[in-house]
Design a protein around this ligand. Structure first.
Ligand code: NDP
Ligand code: OXD
Length: 313
């Protein structure tokens, strides 16, 4: 009998570390990438995907499960021919969560503790104490306290910050305040000094950060985007930074990636740019999750962390 094939549908990337990790966690599966060729499409039972070219997944008639290489699935569901009868499993991995929490805490604290100002004073050999104020006076508002946002929220709360969350549904967690739905977005923003975006990118959240939302923040708020560039209208963001409505921003994700060299975000004095590295998928830990999902699917069960196609995340 032919062994099932796992197609690695990730543009420009051969996936050697994924091949090695999958050989350990699903040795009965044959790993193939587009450079060597996927072989007979009928033998492809599984796919690992990240921004696959439109139509690539639809060419496999016997897919049993598709695995996103990351937590977000917007780049996979953007393909209009995506086969919606096939389960799509996304990454929920403690290492990925830990990396994101580090990114969020790093930028919350760099801003709260005025570290950027001290960096510039040091360059001038200037001894100039500034006062940060207690963490409890800093209101950190997290858009999307799902797997990633909630972990960051708990750790920020434990450091003494005043934390609130905004979600589609109502959530509760000791020591935090929650808001739900578009009807409560402006109230959430009005109480936020540091806004963190950790939403999935869907039709409902595209360009949710735009002039009419930014104006509800208190003047001088700080913005951290570690979700997707599509959440932000970049012209409106730049206008808010120029006017002082926003004191600054830490941006890991952009509408166009790599961020074009012509973008004003690169050189804005109050913007910190990182190249979509807030948290990175680790093939070793994620291959173990994929191996477990393959065993579940082969027993006729659902994979780990299936995406709800109606919600889009
Ligand atoms: P989850 O699905 O666990 O959480 C999503 C959260 O967003 C939920 O709390 C959900 O609320 C909320 N949400 C979704 N839609 C809406 C809406 N329309 N209005 C209000 N709230 C909404 O996702 P993760 O935490 O695992 O990941 C979040 C995103 O982080 C990913 O989709 C990805 O884009 C990004 N990411 C970025 C990385 C990077 O390196 N920059 C790395 C990893 C992920 P509810 O539960 O009520 O539905
Ligand atoms: C993800 C990402 O969604 O890396 O996991 O952006």
């Amino acid at each position: 009998m032919d062994r099932p094939v796992l197609a690695f549908c990730v543009p420009k990337f051969a996936g050697d570390s994924w091949r090695a990790a999958m050989a350990e966690h699903a040795p009965h599966v044959v790993f193939r990438n587009r450079f060597e060729g996927f072989g007979d499409p009928a033998l492809v039972r599984y796919a690992i995907a990240w921004n696959p070219p439109p139509g690539e997944l639809a060419q496999f008639p016997n897919l049993a499960c598709i695995f996103s290489l990351g937590a977000g699935v917007d780049g996979i569901l953007a393909d209009p021919t995506f086969p919606r009868s096939v389960p799509l499993s996304r990454v929920v991995d403690p290492d990925l969560t830990q990396g994101m929490t580090q990114y969020v805490l790093l930028h919350v604290m760099l801003h709260h503790r005025k570290q950027r100002a001290f960096d510039s004073f040091q360059r001038e050999r200037l001894w100039k104490p500034l006062t940060a104020g207690p963490a409890g006076d800093v209101r950190v508002g997290i858009m999307g306290t799902g797997v990633l946002g909630m972990d960051a929220a708990r750790k920020l709360r434990d450091l003494g910050y005043a934390v609130s969350g905004w979600n589609a549904s109502r959530k509760s967690e000791p020591g935090m305040t929650f808001f739900a739905g578009m009807g409560e977005l402006s109230a959430f923003l009005a109480e936020t000094n540091i806004l963190v975006c950790l939403l999935p990118l869907t039709d409902a959240t595209r360009h949710i950060i735009r002039a009419e939302t930014l104006r509800h923040l208190p003047k001088g708020a700080f913005f951290i985007n570690a979700a997707r560039g599509g959440h932000v209208n970049e012209d409106d963001l730049l206008a808010a930074l120029d006017s002082g409505q926003l004191a600054g921003a830490a941006l890991d994700v952009f509408e166009t990636e790599p961020l074009p060299v012509t973008s004003r975000l690169w050189s804005h004095p109050h913007v910190t740019v990182t190249p979509h590295v807030a948290s990175q998928s680790n093939p070793k830990t994620i291959a173990a999750l994929i191996g477990e999902s393959i065993r579940r699917v082969e027993r006729g069960e659902a994979p780990l962390n299936p995406v709800d196609f109606l919600r889009g995340y």
